[in-house]
Each structure stands twice: as C-alpha cells, then as structure tokens.
Design a protein around this ligand. Structure first.
Ligand code: SAH
Length: 221
C-alpha cells in the first residue's frame, strides 16, 4: 500500500535531505531542486513513509531496491543533463531516478527486466506528471536500438562489464554513467564516446548496487 499525500512534514524532511546531499558534495542545483520537488515517499510502501527521506536505499517489489538519494543525485550530476537530452536508463526499479531525470528536462527511455516492476509503474498515477518518460520491459544489455542514439546512458544496477551494445547506442560526445564490478562493491565510471567509436573513461567513487542481470524476469508467467 502506498499513500499519496504530500504534507508539510514530508516537505520539511525533503528539505533536510537536500541539505544533507549538499553537505555530501552534491552541487548541481537542478538535481537538488528535483529531489526537493519529488515526493520520494510516493515511490515506497507507506510503511516506509518517513524513512523515505533518510539517505538510504530501500526494498521495493521482487527483491529490488530504490537507490539511495545520494546515489541518484551523484549519478544524475555526473550525467550533466541538458534540457531535451535523450537519456536511456537501465533498471527502472521504482522509477524514482527516471522521475529525477524527467524533472530536470530529459527525455527518458527506461528499461526494466522485472515484469512486476514494469507493470507497477504503468499503474503509478504520479508518473502521469512525466509524459517525457517512456517505459520498456526488456533486457537492458540490449538497450533500445530502435530509439538510439542517446545523448546519455545511465545504468542503475551493478554491471559486470561495459556492455558494447550500449556504447554503440551512444552519440559521439555522449556520456554513460555506469557502476562496474562483479563483487559487492562497484566503481562508478563515466565514459565519453569518441568520434572513432571508442570511449574515454573517468573513474569516480565506490557504490553498491543490485546486480545487472541478463534476460527478462516474469515473461509469460
Ligand atoms: N533506478 C532505480 C534503481 C533500481 S535497482 C530506482 O530509481 O529505483 C536496479 C534495477 O535494475 C532493478 O529493478 C533490476 O530489476 C533492474 N535490472 C537489473 N538488470 C537489468 C537489465 N539487464 N535490464 C533492465 N533492468 C535491469
């Protein structure tokens, strides 16, 4: 069960979360403003109502998580979104990250491999606010060749390697933000696609995501 009421208490907690993110080093005003605007508690079961504004990841359906606000802010900041950027997200999950991207003006294409999560988001009324998010059920390792190429690509699950098919779907000069690693900890990378089809790599901090898995879950069941 979820509740859809945004009280002064929620707004106050959200403001405190934004202050905390600033203290932790998030500087992009548009990212901070999006987090201040979006009621994160709408994306969680009402049992977590107040916890929604702690800087923590939380469980959602089918063993998946909503990313920690700091992680969402960090990845979004690294993407350097410009208005109308075409952004591919791998791992829709709760759709919170997709909403942050949409709130700052991106055209978002987001893929989820868990049918149950994809279906939940279709029924999630708040998301009607963002006609600039398109939802897809599929395997993110394949990307969305029909809609390529993208200005930006964000992976919100732990990638065991850099998927070449996704590099191919990035524009020249486009950027991909991807946590890479097979163990419990992944390293955040930002790749920039070069004119010759290869990419340059910048290395950032360590994070811990649920794994990026091949194939789809829930089809035909
Ligand atoms: N961006 C999400 C974070 C969800 S956690 C949010 O804001 O809540 C990562 C999600 O990636 C999970 O829902 C998981 O099912 C999904 N995922 C993992 N591997 C995937 C793949 N190959 N393709 C698409 N989604 C994938």
């Amino acid at each position: 069960m979820r509740t859809f009421e945004d009280t002064y208490r929620h707004k106050g907690l959200r403001k405190k979360l934004v202050d905390l993110l600033k203290e932790k080093g998030i500087t992009d005003e548009r990212v901070l403003e999006a987090i201040n605007t979006i009621p994160r508690h709408y994306f969680l079961d009402s049992a977590f109502d107040e916890k929604a504004y702690e800087d923590k990841a939380f469980p959602i359906a089918v063993g998946q998580t909503i990313s920690q606000p700091y992680t969402v802010a960090y990845q979004t900041q690294l993407l350097e979104i410009k208005p109308f950027d075409k952004v591919l997200e791998i791992g829709t999950g709760s759709a919170y990250q997709a909403s942050v991207l949409a709130e700052i003006g991106a055209q978002v294409f987001t893929i989820e491999r868990q049918k149950a999560l994809f279906e939940n988001n279709k029924r999630f009324a708040y998301l009607k606010k963002y006609p600039n998010i398109k939802f897809f059920y599929g395997d993110g390792f394949e990307g969305l060749p029909t809609f390529a190429q993208f200005d930006k690509i964000i992976i919100t699950a732990a990638a065991p390697f850099i998927p070449e098919k996704l590099i191919a779907q990035l524009k020249t000069g486009g950027k991909m933000v991807i946590p890479v690693g097979e163990g419990a900890i992944q390293r955040m990378l930002r790749l920039t696609k070069l004119a010759d089809g290869t990419y340059s790599e910048e290395i950032f901090a360590d994070f811990s995501f649920v794994p990026m898995l091949e194939g789809k879950e829930g089809a035909g069941k």
